[in-house]
Design a protein around this ligand. Structure first.
Ligand code: HPA
Ligand code: ZN
Length: 339
C-alpha cells in the first residue's frame, strides 16, 4: 500500500480504541503541572527527566513508573483534565468510540475516593459525547498483584457508579498472578451484569489465556499475543471469534517482542483471529492509536485489506450494540472503497 493511501485511510476511516489505560495517557507535561499544583514529590528534576525514565525492559519496570506517575492525580479536576486530554486526541485521530480502562485501587489506596475520579471522568465523558460526538464505555480494572479480597471490596465500593461502568478488567503484574486468582470476584461481576475482560498472554503464558476464558468467562482478551504458542488455543480463539486487544508499541517497549518487525499481530490476523489495534499506555509507549498503525505500516508491510480488517475488528470486538457495529462497518466499507 502506498503511504498516501495509508495516510488517507487512517485519517478518514472511523476507528475504535478498546485497550487504553486512562492513567497511561498522562503526558509528562500534565504530570509535572499536577505534581506542582498538588505538592506531590516526583523523583525528577524536570520534564525531560520524566521522559528519560520511560525506558523499560519488562512490564514491572513500567508499572513502577506508571503508579508513581498516577500519584499526582488528586482532585476531580485532575481526573477531568486527564480524561478530557485523551478524548481530544480521540477527536484528532478519528476515534469515534472508545472503551477506557481505569484502575480504582491505584487511587483509593492513596485516599482518593470513587466519587472524586468518577465525577471527573463523568464530566469529561459527557462533554465528549456532546461536543465531540465520541461514545465512551468504562472498564474498571482490578490490580492483580493485590488480593482477590481487595478486588471484592473495590467492586462493592463502586456500587453507586455501576451505571457508568460497562465491563470489569484485570491488569498489573501478570507473572505469578494467574487469572484464576480472581475467579470469585469475576463470577460476582458477571452476576451483576458486567462484561468481563482480562489481560492475559502479554508476559504470561498461553495457559493464562485459557484460564481467563475458562475461569473468568471473559468476553475479550487484552493482549493475548503469547496465545501463538498453543495451537489448540489459537483454534479456540478463532472458532469462538474471541476479540483480542493487541497493543503493538506497548509490546515492543516492554520487550515482549525484540522489535516491531518481530511482532505477530499480522500472523494472528492471518489465522482468522479477531485482532484489534490499541495504544495501551500511549504517553509511556511512544504514541497513540495512529502511531501504532504507523509503526505497523513502517515495519510490517501492512496491506490495505489488513488495515481495513483491523479497524472493522475494532467495532466487531467492542461492546457496542449489533446495530451500531453494523452502521459503522458499512460506513468503513464505503469510505475504504472510495480511497
Ligand atoms: N499490562 C498490565 N497492566 C497494565 C498495563 C499493561 O500493559 N498497562 C497498565 N497496566
Ligand atoms: Zn493494558
Amino acid at each position: 500500500m502506498e503511504k498516501s493511501i495509508f495516510e488517507r485511510l487512517i485519517k478518514e476511516v472511523p476507528k475504535t480504541e478498546l485497550h487504553l489505560h486512562i492513567e497511561g495517557s498522562l503526558e509528562p507535561d500534565l504530570m509535572w503541572k499536577l505534581a506542582e499544583k498538588n505538592h506531590v514529590a516526583l523523583p525528577y528534576q524536570n520534564i525531560d527527566e520524566i521522559k528519560k525514565a520511560y525506558n523499560f525492559s519488562n512490564l514491572q519496570e513500567f508499572l513502577d513508573v506508571y503508579y508513581q506517575g498516577a500519584s499526582v492525580l488528586c482532585d476531580e479536576d485532575d481526573f477531568f483534565e486527564l480524561m478530557w486530554q485523551y478524548l481530544l486526541v480521540c477527536k484528532q485521530q478519528n476515534i469515534v468510540h472508545t472503551e477506557i480502562m481505569f484502575d480504582p485501587q491505584t487511587h483509593t489506596h492513596r485516599g482518593v475516593g470513587f466519587e472524586v475520579f468518577m465525577t471527573g471522568f463523568a464530566k469529561a465523558i459527557k462533554k465528549a459525547n456532546e461536543e465531540l460526538g465520541i461514545s465512551v464505555f468504562l472498564i474498571m480494572c482490578f490490580l492483580r498483584h493485590l488480593s482477590e479480597q481487595d478486588a471484592m471490596e473495590t467492586l462493592k465500593q463502586a456500587e453507586p457508579f455501576y451505571n457508568m461502568i460497562t465491563a470489569i478488567g484485570l491488569d498489573s503484574s501478570e507473572l505469578n498472578n494467574p487469572p484464576e486468582k480472581f475467579k470469585r470476584v469475576f463470577a460476582e461481576a458477571k452476576e451483576l451484569g458486567f462484561k468481563c475482560v482480562a489481560h492475559a498472554g502479554e508476559e504470561g503464558p498461553a495457559q493464562y489465556v485459557w484460564q481467563a476464558i475458562r475461569s473468568l468467562s471473559v468476553d475479550r482478551i487484552d493482549h493475548g499475543v503469547r496465545s501463538i504458542e498453543d495451537a489448540k488455543l489459537i483454534a479456540y480463539l478463532k472458532h469462538h471469534q474471541i476479540p483480542m486487544t493487541v497493543c503493538p508499541l506497548s509490546n515492543v517497549r516492554l520487550c515482549v517482542f525484540d522489535d516491531m518487525k518481530q511482532h505477530n499481530i499480522l500472523a494472528l490476523l492471518e489465522e482468522g483471529l479477531l485482532v484489534t489495534v490499541n495504544a495501551d499506555d500511549p504517553s509511556y509507549f511512544g504514541g497513540y492509536l495512529n502511531e501504532n498503525f504507523t509503526a505497523m505500516f513502517t515495519s510490517l508491510r501492512l496491506s490495505k485489506a489488513e488495515l481495513v480488517q483491523l479497524i472493522k475488528n475494532g467495532f466487531e470486538g467492542s461492546f457496542l450494540s449489533k446495530a451500531q457495529i453494523q452502521k459503522w462497518t458499512r460506513q468503513i466499507d464505503d469510505i475504504a472503497a472510495s480511497i
